[in-house]
Design a protein around this ligand. Structure first.
Ligand code: FEO
Length: 392
């Protein structure tokens, strides 16, 4: 297997994983993913940037079989889908020096059992001359761990960004020319791991804004030949202003909650608000996370199981709470058989969300005309709130 050229003396030595269907045992991957590793050959020195998921290390080994020397192994990110094969690489190239950000030194030791004393921390902005190929290390923290950095190849203007700007796509093509065709999967990845750190991602975007970038080579998915389009998408996703959209994770057991949800969908649609409903019994939670990236309002709709919300609806709330989207408003729809505290439990689980809570509508059994009228009023309040923000 031969390393695949990107530009002269810069090669792709990564692995598409066509069969992977779940990431972090959490988010579905409809298009698989890839673990991208890159080889940069200077006149004097050779650097390997990130490695691959350890169970695919045989592919990296095959790529490197005719590469007798690697002088530097650069770890942009400690998570094991990129760092997990570093122990193998250090064994294969015992003379190689492992470079990382300062915060990554101890993290690499903790996660891989490496000796932190043998890892050299590079400073933010430090340059490394390989001989006609100059690498510059740029600290880009919290995309998505505290230690993450990017590596910029000055002569070829390539930004090796690791997770950010990545997408969960397995493909044999190395490049993508515009973000449009991969935007959904790039957004899915952003939603899952970057969204909680939206404000810091904004700062990182500012930090690289004057960098001349010809290619963005992330650690998952294709290499961007049109970096401006994925950067523009990131600017939109991280922007403080939400879109005129409502996300409704919902569950129904005997149909009452479903009637309420349908009424709200109709009321919002009539008022020009876009709705993304997700039946949690069947939903792709990656799609729900993507919809939360832009949403102005979250409405949770659940029947009562014993005294609390249906666990599948609570799962949606827990996920939204962890992802910390920029939603401004929230409301609860629900039903119960004889008694319940579902609304209180749902409210309590939203503690990370900085939202204005709009009036809940909770029905005993089948929703009555008064409940449906309350839902119509809720649709009106949501549309008014969106209008006040200038979203409609
Ligand atoms: Fe692709 Fe944060 O690992």
């Amino acid at each position: 297997m031969k390393p695949r050229p990107i530009v002269a003396d810069v090669d792709f030595v990564g692995v598409p994983d066509f069969d992977r269907r779940l990431f972090d045992a959490l988010i579905p991957l409809p298009d698989g993913t890839s673990y991208n590793s890159y080889l940069v050959r200077g006149r004097d020195k050779v650097a390997l940037i990130d490695t691959v998921e350890p169970r695919t290390v045989h592919v990296l080994e095959a790529y490197l079989q005719d590469v007798p020397r690697v002088d530097y192994i650069i770890s942009n990110h400690t998570e094991q889908d990129h760092s997990g094969s570093i122990p193998w690489a250090l064994e294969r190239y015992p003379q190689a020096q492992l470079l990382s950000s300062e915060p990554a030194r101890t993290m690499l030791a903790d996660h891989l059992g490496l000796d932190a004393a043998k890892i050299r921390a590079v400073a933010d902005g430090e340059r490394l001359d390989l001989g006609g190929k100059t690498l510059r290390f740029i600290y880009t923290p919290w995309v998505h761990w505290p230690e993450t950095m990017s590596t910029y190849l000055e002569e070829d203007r390539i930004l090796f960004s690791c997770d950010w700007f990545g997408s969960h796509i397995a493909a044999t093509d190395l490049f993508v020319d515009g973000a449009d065709c991969i935007l959904a999967e790039a957004k899915r990845y952003y939603a899952e791991i970057m969204m909680p750190f939206r404000k810091i991602v904004q700062k990182n975007l500012e930090k690289i804004k004057d960098l001349e970038v010809r290619l963005i080579a992330p650690s998952h998915g294709p290499i961007h030949r049109d970096p401006a389009s994925i950067i523009a998408a990131y600017r939109d996703w991280t922007d403080d202003k939400p879109h005129n959209t409502v996300v409704i994770p919902w569950v129904t057991m005997h149909g009452s909650t479903e009637i309420m949800v349908q009424r709200l969908i109709d009321g919002l649609a009539e008022r020009g608000v876009t709705v993304f409903p997700f039946n949690m019994a069947t939903a792709d939670i990656g799609k729900m996370a993507m919809a939360l990236v832009d949403a102005a309002t979250l409405v949770v709709a659940a029947p009562t199981v014993h005294v609390g919300p249906h666990p599948m609806a609570l799962e949606a709330v827990v996920l939204a709470n962890a992802l910390r989207p920029k939603v401004r408003f929230a409301a609860i729809l629900g039903s119960y058989g004889w008694a319940g505290k579902m609304a209180d439990v749902v409210k309590g689980a939203m503690f990370n969300l900085k939202v204005e809570l709009l009036p809940s509508v909770i029905s005993k059994g089948l929703p009555k005309p008064a409940d449906l009228e309350a839902i119509d009023r809720l649709a009106g309040v949501i549309a008014d709130k969106h209008r006040e923000l200038g979203l409609v």
